[in-house]
Every structure is written in structure tokens, then in C-alpha cells.
Design a binder for this molecule. Structure first.
Ligand code: UPG
Length: 464
């Protein structure tokens, strides 16, 4: 007998962490749900509204609810999102978000959604449950980084920092030998035992957020991270619903992109090296210079988009001596934002030098360029290991034990993937083509969202 609840549309409230990098993928998922007729109430602070509202593809079904972020001592007045503060103040912003609990609760009483999606606000299930609302903890980072650091099997004692030895160990049952951190890299996980909000560590908050949920959702796909998702599901004893990568549809108005597109068009197909390290990565000056010198040494055209390195007011100020004159007409270095997805689709681009942030990881898997990875933070390193060592679609740049790369290691990594006849070049081309084909297949992303919707319905009225 058919179940009538399987056809009805539902209403989702979304309460993402106050960082654009989290709100954006939540909104992409919201757009995908709205495209299937579901309603979304999206909670965000005022400043974020001006950045996000243009990305709302279904204003008839997606409603923004602006809330006030209370002041917390130590934060600059008017702080609303992570971009307003240095990363070291994040814990204070988390405390401010926790103080929105009453506002959020009264709003839920009015909107009465079927589901609420959240990530950092671990108290959401406590607010949702008495109202009969299902709480879905939606993680927009790689499943590998949750599996290695944020499962009950990794023992973290409240108030105690993890030792070097503990950091270096993977939790029992962790399902990969290649997607791991080496040597000193494990220190990048120390943040899990640090405070994240008032009187609570990152580990306690995140594991509580997952433990208390009705189901976990992760922005990934089983083809890539199925083993990690199964492990997380076993660890928490809960279903893990996958949304797939939910990337935005290519933009149709690309006017602001024209200057970059016409600049790239003057170069031969597949010849340009494009380098970008996302929204957070700030290099030290010497590494910034090694990177530029390594790219210069390839004698290929390039477009580099990086934040000015530590201590420099602009990218030009930090150029190696003579770099600007030597590369004139062949390369551009900008400290501003460039349209990365459009650049990666340009036929002149042949190599993407990336930090392998989660967003860039998906974009690189789907593009035609050869991939060189220079990860920095813990999750970027795990993403890089997945691409370079498990899928073998990319090459990670060689570094010293202190994590430093040289211009020579940079040049070598680029040359190795760009050479279509070399062993490495042949292998990564073949593997990358296979993965690109899978991930860009016509219904790949929409099938994931359809399945996600079915999974949500299954917990909405399990006994109907
Ligand atoms: O000049 C630029 C630089 C970036 N992008 C876009 O911005 C996004 C960047 O996202 P991502 O690759 O995930 O990098 P970060 O901004 O560094 O992301 C942060 O958040 C990610 C999880 O969401 C983590 O994986 C990273 O470690 C963390 O640094 C991508 O879609 C890029 O296409 C541009 O359009 N233009």
C-alpha cells in the first residue's frame, strides 16, 4: 500500500554556524530542497543576509529569518560572522551564537518546521525535540575529518589537551591507512581538545551535536567516502544521510568574470597554471615566494589568487625580487577574489594548484585540469591524501618534515602532472577522467538529493 506521507512536501529550518563557508552549502542544499517543492526557513545574522540573498534561487519557498547576535565581551561590537574576527576569537563567537537559543526557540514555536538542520549549535536537538521537530546534524566538511577526530572511539578527556602520541593515533576501527596524517601534521588536530564556546571543548560540542541528533547528514558521496560514512554511522549508532556534493549550478550571469575569462583566452588550451588557496590560508612570506618562483620556473602562463602573505599589505609587496618584470605578460598574481569555478572550466587552464579545501576538492575532481595539492589545515591534508594516495588523481607537493616546500618541489610537482607522457601524468589523467565521469554524470547530484529527501521522509513518519 502506498504511503501518503511519501508525497507530501515538508518544511526545514536551517541554523548553520555563523561562517559564510558553512551558510553557503546549507543554502545550496536549501535550493535543492526548494526545487523539489519543500519549504525552508533559513536563520542567519543581518550581515550574512546581504551576501546570501542573491543565492536564493527560490524566494517563494526559502524565507530568511534574521536574528540578532548578542554581544560577548572580547568581541568587537557588531560582530556577527567569523569573517568579522581573527580565527583566535572564534570561541567567543560560538558563545555569542549559544546566546541566541531563546530567540531561535521562540521562532521555531511560530514556524513549526518538520526538521531543523544545524551543525555547531549542539543544543538544537534539546530545543527541537519537545516541539516534535526532527533534528538533523548536517556536516559540510569531509567525512574523513569527522571519522579521524570526532567519533566516540577517539577518547578526549574534558580539560586535558591531547598528547602528541594520542594525536598521532587514529581511533580504533578507523577505516583507512592512506587518508591519515603523518608525523607533525597530527598536531593540526589539537583544536579538538580546545575550548569552543563557554565551558565546552570542540570535541564535546561536536560529538554532542551528533549524538543528540535524530540523524546525521554529510555533504559527501559514498563513491568517495562510503567507508568513512559507515564508520561514523556505526560509531554513533545512527543513520547517516548523504546529500552528495550539492554544488551550485553554474552561474548564468558571468559579467564580473569577463576580465579573467578574456585574460585566460589569450593562452593555448591546457597551458595555464591556476593557483588558489581558498578563503583562510595565509602563507608566510618565504613560502609565498617559493611558490611563485616554482610556478615561474615552469615557464608556463599562470594566474595566482592568494591572500597577501603574513606581514605584507599586498601581494606585489611580497614578490621575489624581479619577479614582476620577468613574468610580465605571462602571469598574474592577485590578492583579490577570482571566480574559481568559472576559471576551472576555462579551456586554457591546464593545472590547478590547490590547498584542497573541501569546496575546492569537489571543484578539482570535476574539472579537466591536472591537480597539484598544497594542503595546510588538518582536513585539507586528509582531502589531499584521499585524492593523491587513494584515488591517485593528483600529486601532493613534497615537503620537509617541518611542512615546508621549495620552489624546486613545486616546479617538479607541476611538471610531473603536466607531462602527458610521463608515468605520473598518465596515471593521474586516467584516474581523474574516471572520477570526473562518475561525478559529472547527468543525474549524479540530483539522484543524491532525491535519495536524501526519501531518507528524511522515512524518519518523519516512521510508523505512518
Ligand atoms: O579566489 C577565490 C578563492 C576561492 N573561491 C571559492 O571559494 C570556495 C573555497 O572553499 P574551500 O575550497 O572549501 O576553501 P576554504 O575557503 O579554505 O574553506 C574552509 O572550509 C572548508 C570546509 O568547508 C575546509 O575544508 C577548509 O579547510 C577551510 O579552510 C571554493 O568554492 C572556491 O571556488 C573563489 O571563488 N575564488
Amino acid at each position: 500500500m502506498s504511503d501518503p506521507t511519501m508525497d507530501r512536501t515538508f518544511h526545514v529550518a536551517m541554523f548553520p554556524w555563523l561562517a559564510i563557508g558553512h551558510m553557503t552549502p546549507f543554502l545550496h542544499l536549501g535550493n535543492n530542497l526548494a526545487a523539489r517543492g519543500h519549504r525552508v526557513s533559513f536563520y542567519l545574522p543581518k550581515k550574512a543576509l546581504s551576501l546570501l540573498q542573491d543565492h536564493n534561487s527560490h524566494p517563494d519557498l526559502i524565507t530568511f529569518h534574521v536574528f540578532k547576535v548578542p554581544h560577548v565581551d572580547g568581541l568587537p561590537p557588531g560582530t556577527e560572522t567569523a569573517s568579522d574576527i581573527p580565527i583566535s576569537d572564534t570561541s567567543l563567537l560560538v558563545a555569542a551564537m549559544d546566546r541566541t537559543r531563546d530567540q531561535f526557540e521562540s521562532s521555531l514555536l511560530e514556524t513549526r518546521p518538520d526538521f531543523v538542520f544545524y551543525d555547531v549549535a549542539h543544543w538544537v536537538p534539546m530545543v527541537a525535540r519537545p516541539l516534535g521537530i526532527k533534528a538533523i546534524c548536517y556536516k559540510v566538511v569531509a567525512a574523513s575529518s569527522i571519522a579521524i577526530a570526532l567519533v566516540p572511539a577517539r577518547k578526549v578527556v574534558p580539560g586535558m589537551l591531547l598528547t602528541e602520541k594520542e594525536l598521532a593515533e587514529v581511533p580504533p576501527g578507523y577505516p583507512s591507512r592512506t587518508v591519515v596524517l603523518h608525523g607533525g601534521e597530527a598536531r593540526s588536530l589539537q583544536f579538538v581538545s580546545m575550548p569552543f564556546g563557554e565551558g565546552i571543548t570542540f570535541y564535546e560540542r561536536t560529538t554532542a551535536a551528533m549524538r543528540e541528533s535524530d540523524a546525521l547528514a554529510i555533504r559527501t558521496c559514498r563513491e568517495l567516502e562510503g567507508n568513512f560514512c559507515n564508520y561514523i554511522s556505526e560509531q554513533y549508532g545512527k543513520p547517516v544521510f548523504l546529500t552528495g556534493p550539492v554544488l551550485p549550478f553554474p552561474s548564468t550571469s558571468e559579467t564580473s568574470e569577463e576580465q579573467w575569462i578574456s585574460r585566460l583566452s589569450q593562452f593555448e588550451t591546457g597551458s595555464v597554471i591556476f593557483c588558489a588557496f581558498g578563503s583562510q590560508y595565509i602563507l608566510e612570506i618565504d613560502q609565498f615566494q617559493e611558490l611563485l618562483l616554482g610556478i615561474e620556473a615552469t615557464e608556463r602562463p599562470f594566474l595566482v589568487s592568494l591572500k597577501p602573505p603574513n606581514g605584507a599589505a599586498s601581494v606585489e609587496e611580497a614578490f621575489p625580487p624581479g619577479f614582476g618584470e620577468r613574468t610580465k605578460g605571462r602571469g598574474t598574481v592577485t590578492g583579490g577574489w577570482v571566480p574559481q569555478p568559472q576559471i576551472l572550466r576555462h579551456k586554457s587552464v591546464g593545472c590547478f594548484v590547490s590547498h584542497c579545501g573541501f569546496g575546492s576538492m569537489w571543484e578539482s575532481l570535476m574539472c579537466e585540469s591536472q591537480l597539484v595539492l598544497v594542503p595546510h589545515l588538518g582536513d585539507q591534508i586528509l582531502n589531499a591524501r584521499l585524492l593523491a594516495e587513494e584515488l591517485r588523481v593528483a600529486v601532493e607537493v613534497d615537503r620537509t618534515e617541518h611542512g615546508l616546500f621549495s620552489k624546486e618541489s613545486m616546479r617538479k610537482a607541476i611538471e610531473s602532472v603536466m607531462d602527458p607522457d610521463g608515468e605520473v601524468g598518465k596515471t593521474v589523467r586516467k584516474n581523474h577522467a574516471r572520477w570526473r565521469e562518475t561525478l559529472t554524470a547527468t543525474n549524479f547530484m540530483s539522484d543524491y538529493v532525491d535519495e536524501f529527501v526519501r531518507n528524511l521522509r522515512s524518519i518523519l513518519r516512521p510508523h505512518a
